[in-house]
Design a protein around this ligand. Structure first.
Ligand code: FAD
Length: 481
């Protein structure tokens, strides 16, 4: 007698891709019929639920993934509601006996996954869960005393020993033969209402193409054109020097193993090895941030270093609003904040400067900055965002010491020496000469007039005196130190 066909569900959470997708690959390997299902349930994602810019990205990721599946005679079944109930319903209508998914490792999804796994197993379904968004296993990488790492460099050393070879899986053999008898009922991506009603997404459209294909193209273009110089110019926001792969990684349009292996495979000599390692080191910061989030889930809202609980923050919504809208009067900060608003992304160096400015010069709590980033970044990632903000505020693991307070003028002059980045995002300053573009309040009246700048009108005066703000921040720090 022929065995009856086995049907399984692949629960797609963020991993909207065919390649380097362990759950999808194994389901197609092991089962006869496969039903990929996305359940829209932002409440089950907790702090990792997509906010405005990421909702925009997710809409397009889902559409691209569904398109890729349909081109292979499959499709994405889209549901909304409680993930467990929706999966149970789809399992019932398709007679699926197994459910596969990739773990996501954020605090809310870990709780959710544990609950769904137990309930599905009680229903008699076979549940298969695969390694998710990172290459290391946070339970396995431990210090010699058995605890999690708190310092990046030893973590990175250990990571290199543990993961000698990272290999992505190829795309699974999706085809007409693996379709169920009848596809379950599905919403369309549009039904999820992820796109903004107000028209603020033109900059996102102009800058980005979400989805796996575009992400892989970007990876290839970066390796071909920019990787060799990455180490030396990655801190320069005025140059196209970094990969801009972050939203593809954050949404799972491209898998981390795919990126890691492509960079490793490119290496042919010592110079290339150094360039590749500089890039892999940044990917390792991402691993480290997931390591921290896994072991310290409360750090999304609480400082890792508890002394910062008593830090005296300034509760002033006007300061926050001036920072958000790029009107602090410090051009390097304002250019970054406007870049963020326009394209949903900001260069890493500028994220560090802007975050330092908010938490130290303005002494606004880092959680407010993190919330704004979460809302406006297309690459909003709970682990990286939490680590970035705690690092900048001085309260995180291996953080920037609190007393190292970035001077926005010298940082601007160092990393944007000609002022091209500022000119690009603050057109009203574009005519200022390079020697005063990062401190327009020191420009002569003549220089300001020639550049058509009227301080206080066309561009604001600095919102604080950096020297005084620095002293006040250090005093507040002394009180908790
Ligand atoms: P590349 O330089 O090309 O690096 C490649 C990849 O490595 C990135 O895509 C990213 O996944 C990872 N990476 C690079 N730098 C870091 C870093 N410092 N920490 C962790 N991972 C890193 N990154 C996010 O993906 N999402 C966030 O929400 C986020 N919030 C941040 C908030 C603050 C305050 C700071 C200081 C940093 C934040 N970062 C965040 C980290 C970093 O700024 C971005 O990952 C990076 O700018 C993305 O650009 P890229 O892809 O061109 O990076």
């Amino acid at each position: 007698m022929r065995p009856s066909k086995r049907t399984s569900i692949v629960w797609i959470d963020r991993d909207t891709r065919l390649r380097d997708n362990a759950a999808l690959f194994q389901a197609f390997e092991e089962q006869d019929r496969v039903v990929p299902v996305y359940v829209h349930a932002p409440e089950s994602e907790g702090d990792a639920a997509p906010d405005a810019a990421s909702r925009w990205w997710r809409h397009h990721s889902l559409a691209a993934f569904d398109g890729a599946l349909r081109a292979r005679s499959s499709r994405l079944t889209i549901r909304r509601g409680d993930p467990l109930e929706e999966i149970q319903r789809v399992a019932e209508t398709t007679r699926a006996r197994a459910v596969y998914w990739n773990e996501r490792l954020t605090p809310a999804s870990r709780r959710r996954d544990a609950h769904v796994r137990t309930a599905l197993r009680e229903d008699g379904l076979d549940v298969r869960i695969f390694r998710g968004p990172i290459v290391h296993d946070p339970d396995r990488i431990r210090t010699t005393s058995g605890g999690p790492y708190h310092v990046f460099t030893p973590f990175w050393k250990k990571l290199k020993q543990e993961i000698s070879e990272v290999r992505p899986l190829p795309a699974p053999p999706v085809g007409p033969g693996s379709a169920p008898h009848a596809w379950p009922e599905s919403l369309s991506v549009d039904d999820l209402d992820l796109l903004p009603r107000a028209n603020w997404d033109a900059g996102l459209h102009a800058h980005w193409t979400p989805g796996e294909e575009a992400g892989l193209d970007r990876l290839e273009a970066f390796i071909d054109a920019d990787l060799l110089d990455y180490e030396t110019v990655r801190d320069r926001p005025d140059l196209h020097a970094t990969s801009q792969l972050s939203p593809y990684l954050a949404h799972g349009d491209v898998g981390i193993r795919e990126v890691w292996a492509s960079v490793d495979d490119w290496v042919q000599n010592g110079v290339m090895r150094a360039a590749a390692d500089a890039f892999l080191r940044q990917l390792a910061w991402r691993e480290f941030s997931y390591h921290m989030l896994y072991h310290y889930p409360d750090t999304t809202s609480e400082p890792l270093k508890s002394k910062f609980q008593d830090f005296e923050w300034v509760d002033d919504d006007e300061l926050l609003e001036r920072w958000q809208s790029g009107r602090t009067g410090f051009p390097i900060v304002d250019a970054g904040m406007r870049q963020l608003w326009s394209i949903g992304w900001m260069h890493n160096r500028i994220r560090m400067i802007a975050a330092s400015f908010l938490t130290k010069d303005l002494r606004v709590r880092w959680q407010k900055g993190a919330a704004w980033f979460r809302d406006t970044l297309v690459d909003a990632d709970l682990a990286n965002n939490t680590m970035g903000w705690q690092w900048s505020a001085g309260s995180g693991a291996d953080a920037q010491p609190f007393f190292r307070i970035f001077n926005p003028v010298t940082q601007g002059a160092r990393f944007d020496p000609e002022g091209a980045f500022v000119r690009r995002w603050i057109p009203e300053l574009s005519e200022l000469p390079a020697d005063c573009i990062h401190r327009p309040w020191t420009a002569s009246e003549e220089a300001l007039a020639q550049a058509n700048v009227t301080l206080g009108e066309t561009y604001p005066y600095p919102i604080v005196d950096h020297g005084m703000a620095r002293k006040a921040a250090l005093k507040a720090y002394e009180a908790v130190k």
